[in-house]
Design a protein around this ligand. Structure first.
Ligand code: FPP
Length: 258
């Protein structure tokens, strides 16, 4: 059994506080506004967003973060103009072509979570290669959510489970939170301790809906292309001040309630 086959919050105790997040997830938002403020095309906002991603991937291990999950393209982003969708599709392709050898050398395991349907066969090949090449790495885990939606992922998991039941491979009563979590695209990663969203927006936008159950949320007033180590440090400082109770009560309250 791996460490993450346990339910997300099993083993955590209310008194452990929020010392350091093992897993940070980021909604990389604000590329369009960043470009607009400079009178630039949105595509340049997205390429500046890739640079911010690279800075964050470098900074995270220095801050003792072991898992980083970033939202690169949502199942709803297909409704953007075709030219912008094409530009967004080109980003991971370029990123893998230029950066995968270095990521591999640095011990980064890369996983791309999300539906493969709709992606070009070239991008699927690059994704498969990047995952296979880095699958034995364990120093740092980078999950890229691409063509990902929390609702889509939950729907896909339910469909797979229903198919297994229909085929007699398992029974409805086999389903519990642990089994369900293992059917999601994030299976194998611990749940995010902290979800960060820059750009001033305060919503999850269909990101990690199941996994976010006990994540702390931090919203920051910076556009993603300007994001750097200092902003990540500030998010960690806010996280450290949180009181994580996982539905229980703080240890010093137990006596008070008798
Ligand atoms: C949302 O900002 C951002 C996106 C839809 C794309 C985010 C992608 C990246 C930062 C790069 C991904 C790189 C890889 C390698 C996958 P927005 O465009 O909605 O900004 P706005 O709200 O200001 O318009």
């Amino acid at each position: 059994m791996t460490a993450f086959e346990t339910p997300p919050f099993a083993g955590a105790s209310p008194s452990e506080g929020a010392a350091a997040p093992l897993h940070v997830a980021v909604v990389m938002d604000g590329n369009g506004r960043w470009a607009k403020q400079r009178g630039l095309p949105r595509s340049l906002g997205h390429s500046a967003g890739v640079e911010a991603l690279k800075r964050t991937v470098e900074a995270a291990p220095r801050l003792n973060i072991r898992w980083l999950t970033v939202f690169g393209f949502s199942t709803e982003n297909w409704s953007r103009p075709a030219a912008e969708v094409a530009e967004l599709m080109a980003l991971p392709k370029r990123y893998f072509e230029t950066d995968i050898a270095r990521l591999d050398r640095e011990g980064v395991r890369v996983r791309v979570i999300g539906r493969r349907e709709g992606l070009s066969s070239e991008l699927v090949r690059l994704v498969d290669d990047a995952q296979a090449r880095t699958e034995r790495n364990d120093r740092f885990h980078l999950n890229i959510a691409f063509n990902y939606g929390g609702q889509a992922d939950i729907t896909d998991a339910v469909r797979r489970f229903a198919e297994d039941v229909a085929a007699g491979r398992c029974k409805p009563q086999d389903l519990d939170e642990r089994l369900f979590g293992s059917l999601l695209a994030t299976s194998g990663s611990p749940p995010p301790d902290l979800i960060v969203r820059p750009s001033g927006e305060q919503r999850l936008s269909n990101f990690l809906l199941w996994e976010a159950a006990y994540a702390e949320l931090v919203f920051q007033d910076v556009l993603w292309p300007d994001y750097g180590e200092q902003h990540l440090r500030e998010a960690l400082t806010q996280f450290a001040a949180r009181d994580r109770r996982y539905g229980a009560i703080a240890a010093d309250n137990v006596l008070a309630t008798g």
